[in-house]
Design a protein around this ligand. Structure first.
Ligand code: PHE
Length: 508
């Protein structure tokens, strides 16, 4: 029947399925028919994407799920900041965002590749999406430490690097350096490619190209445009290190097109929360103990100054592993050792709201990312609200020690530092048009204490085996137990895996 349905386009054909393994089959109430089994009671610790996805999928088969979330909102690191939102961090900083109506920053996840199942959940949950601009030829590169004194547009840097690389390879080919490696015919084809890729012409020499851009853009008859001049030497191009950014967009995770939910990334946890039912979710519930018992689990938590307890058949621990490691449990020393081997990583962002969209009006940048070796690391231009009155730029998005440098500052000094660096790229407008800012650091965020994780050897290393199976009645879920750490896809896939094995066990 499936084959017939496949032929009619009503079910995936084998060929389609093979292209996109593994296929997840959500639990259904019908699975219990004639099995003499019933949906179980499950307590889920952590209301981030992994926890919410677990409750959502199990809910499809009628499982009685309760989600315990320590913060006052669901979503975990999926956090969109809008005007009037407040945060406190572990350093004692308290901030309230002053963004104007319709403006927001995604403090956590902000871009979704086309292949990730996050988009499948957007489709299923009715969360509308729009394109997120991850690479933009008009954005800048600026390597101050390598001696650059002015920013250069991506397109210009690429034209120069690809131009010289093509010239060098073409000349080597011409000198017979590849004779032993490829045939004469293949060398012909290679030269054809290099001529167009590097725009080096029949002379096989790079002397600049319209790929670099124009100082006067081409227009009406009589206005052919003026190409950007002052072509740097090959040595200048190599020494500035601009080429180090070019492979980013080849990454399977980072290649365009990419997407974002319209209105903010937190539309995803909001839709999951609604689908699960808010009566199943307890916020402000800080778990203080997880005990595996003979027939199930007992979980204690603090809520509103009181200790509460909940019992269930199963538990899915979907909280950060480094926080679970500090929570009393009886899941054994192998579990504890594995949890302690997961290292949290720092990352932070600042949202800078501007009174005008000068980057569009004056600098012709519509979304995308500027790269620099200054400690702000990345500047993101907004992929929403084009041609609107105001806009929010991500003034830094950095990780590791760069993030720690900013985290140690007061919110006002974070703004000062990032603006001083941004002025070097964009000029004074970067300071004069600024209206307000809001910064967020994950390592300093209560109940999360990390942006993502580092697992030596990956999630399938022997150290982590105790987390990839149930410890009694307790399962573990989270992006850290996936090959897509730091992506919602990792949380969704990990949740699907746990839901599948738990459901199979209940049915057995
Ligand atoms: N997913 C995050 C991002 O896209 C973190 C990340 C960056 C993960 C780069 C992998 C590679 O910014």
């Amino acid at each position: 029947m499936l084959a017939t349905m496949g032929a009619m386009g009503l079910a995936p054909t084998a060929a389609q399925a093979a292209e996109r393994e593994p296929v997840f089959r959500a639990p259904r109430t019908g699975d219990f028919t004639l099995k003499g089994r019933a949906a179980a009671k499950v307590v889920i610790v952590g209301g981030g994407i992994a926890g919410l996805a677990s409750a959502y999928e199990l809910g499809k088969a009628g499982y009685d799920c309760t989600v315990l979330e320590a913060r006052d909102r669901t979503g975990g690191r999926n956090f969109t900041v809008r005007g009037a939102d407040s945060t406190s961090d572990t350093c004692g900083n308290r901030q309230t965002a002053r963004f104007s109506d319709g403006q927001y920053m995604n403090a956590g996840p902000a871009r979704i590749p086309q292949w990730m199942i996050t988009l499948d959940y957007c489709r299923e949950l009715g969360v509308p999406i729009e394109v997120f601009t991850n690479s933009n030829a008009s954005a800048y590169l600026y390597n101050e430490k390598s001696g650059m004194t002015a920013p250069v547009r991506y397109r210009t840097a690429k034209a120069d690097m690809y131009g010289y690389v093509s010239e060098l390879l073409a000349k080597a080919t011409d000198k017979g350096a590849l004779d032993g490696a490829i045939t004469a015919d293949d060398q012909e084809q290679l030269l054809e490619f290099l001529k167009s890729f590097g725009d080096i012409g029949d002379t096989l020499t790079y002397t600049g190209s319209e790929h670099r851009g124009f100082t006067v853009d081409p227009g009406a008859a009589g206005t052919p445009g003026v190409e950007l001049g002052a072509v740097p030497t090959v040595s200048q191009v190599l020494s500035t290190g601009v080429g180090r950014y070019f492979s980013f967009e080849f990454g399977y995770d980072q290649a365009m097109l990419m997407f974002q939910p319209i209105g903010g990334m937190d539309r995803i946890p909001a839709a999951l929360t609604k689908a699960i039912g808010s009566h199943r979710i307890r916020t402000g519930a800080v778990v203080s103990g997880i005990t595996d018992t003979a027939h199930g689990v007992a979980v204690t938590y603090q809520q509103g100054g009181r200790t509460r307890a909940i019992e269930a058949d199963y538990c899915i621990a979907a909280l950060p592993p480094h926080i679970l490691a500090k929570t009393p449990h009886n899941l054994g020393s192998a579990v504890q050792t594995a949890l302690e081997a997961v290292t949290p990583v720092s990352s932070g962002k600042i949202g800078l709201e501007y009174r005008s969209r000068w980057w569009e009006e004056q600098q012709q940048i519509y979304g995308g990312i500027t790269e620099t070796d200054m400690d702000l690391s990345h500047i993101w231009y907004p992929s929403y609200g084009f041609h609107g009155q105001r806009g929010v730029i991500i003034g830094y998005y950095n990780t590791g020690t760069n993030a720690d440098t900013y985290a140690a500052l007061s919110p006002a000094d974070r703004e000062k530092r990032s603006v001083a660096q941004g002025v070097k790229i964009h000029g004074d407008v970067y300071r004069t048009e600024l209206a307000t800012s809001f910064s967020h650091h994950w390592r300093q965020t209560p109940h999360l204490l990390g942006a993502w994780h580092s697992l030596k050897g990956g999630p399938d290393a022997a150290t982590y085996a105790p987390l990839n199976r149930a410890a009694g009645h307790v399962y573990f879920a989270g992006d850290y137990l996936s090959y897509a750490d730091a992506w919602q896809h990792g949380a969704f896939s990990s949740a699907r895996k746990v839901v599948t094995t738990l459901h199979e066990r209940v049915l057995a």
